[in-house]
Ligand binder design. Sequence first.
Ligand code: UDX
Length: 427
Amino acid sequence: MGFVGLTLAVFFASKNNVVYGIEKDPKRLNSLKNGSPDFFEPKLKNLVLKNLESENLMFSKNIEDFIEIVNYIFITVGTPTKNGKIDLKFIKKIITDIAKLLCTSKNCPVIVIKSTIAPKTTNEIILPILEKISGRKIGKDLFLSTNPEFLREGTAIDDQFNPHVLVIGTCDDRSKQKMKNFFKSLYSQTIPRFFTNFATSELIKYSNNAFLATKISFINSIANLCQKIPGSSVDDVAKIIGLDPRIGPLFLKAGPGYGGSCLPKDLSSLITVFDNHGLDSKFFKSIENVNTHQVDEIINIFKDNLGNFTKKTITILGLSFKENSDDIRESRSIILIKKLKNKCQIKVHDPMAIEKTRKLFGDKIEYFSDVTESLKNSDCAIIMTPWNQYVNLKDFTMMKNPIIIDTRRILKNTKKIKYIPYGKSKN
Ligand code: UDX
């Protein structure tokens, strides 16, 4: 019942299915039973409460209690990467557990892999485990499908109800038919659906995220060039090239680099897949390198304008990796804090991610829930996350020096301050 699993569970339940959400962590399970997810996602809590009330949604620690009655089992466990290598321990464990239960069960649910996995994993690892342990045969009494998701944090519920595409991987006709029928009952016919094999569906997910990362690192590289070219503006460049239908306007917003639980992880995992196949991964490594160095670009802007860090107080506005989320995984703000925390005094503000950040840094930095307080006596403020509430900030008189580095170029009132928009150079 992480981010993908819980949003999927409330979606299925809202479509009048009976859903059992399985969660092993007792603390998380308890808060779910009380209708209180332990992470923030717009609209999620209301849907959890509504479906708990209607009894379409139930939470439990044990899958074995439901194995005889469910038609579909969606696997949404995490697949973290360590040094670019994907760690399959959670998915192997749950697949093994299900396979053992299938040994003695009369039921034939379709097992659907939602977790992001590298190409070949279903064919070479998941299916062999399932067949060997359960003693069943794919297409006969064992049904399996892959179904990668393209959810964005902050809009996950809308993405869940209205995905731009449905990708379904199978290797036998009966699993394909069962997926077709279920999805027909869930999604509008206008949503394109693509039936393919396991390997292609796995590769679609990796390619999708790698392409998004490519667009961001591309525009960030152009922004770095804009920093050096007087009069140039990365937003104008992005706006105009985005009008070319072959390029498109989205994911061309320059900033401190992409973070989150997917883009960095999936790109580094794709690099490993290339390396494992003896292929040149230079292209993807360069995208990763640009992203890794983006925080240094922001630090260089600071140095160019304020000199060194000694005795300086810096306010960092925004800690989550994107707006409308409390997720700080791979957040560029966290990397910035790590780089600066021993060099100067740091104050941070975020509408939602303060507590998660406090767990990382303890009393090494200062935390504020009020923006004005966080700016008091600061030498510089750096806007890192484009939260709506920063857009109309007006009063910076409480700062020692009203210098604002805006990595996302969102601030509207920039008159009485020294305003430094990343990727936009003065004439
Ligand atoms: C991403 C994919 O978009 C989604 O399809 C997949 O299922 C999971 O990973 P998410 O991690 O929620 O979703 O965030 P996304 O909106 O993609 O943003 C990722 C990062 O890129 C954020 O740090 C964001 O600030 C940054 N970003 C995004 C930019 O810097 N510029 C942009 O133009 C877009």
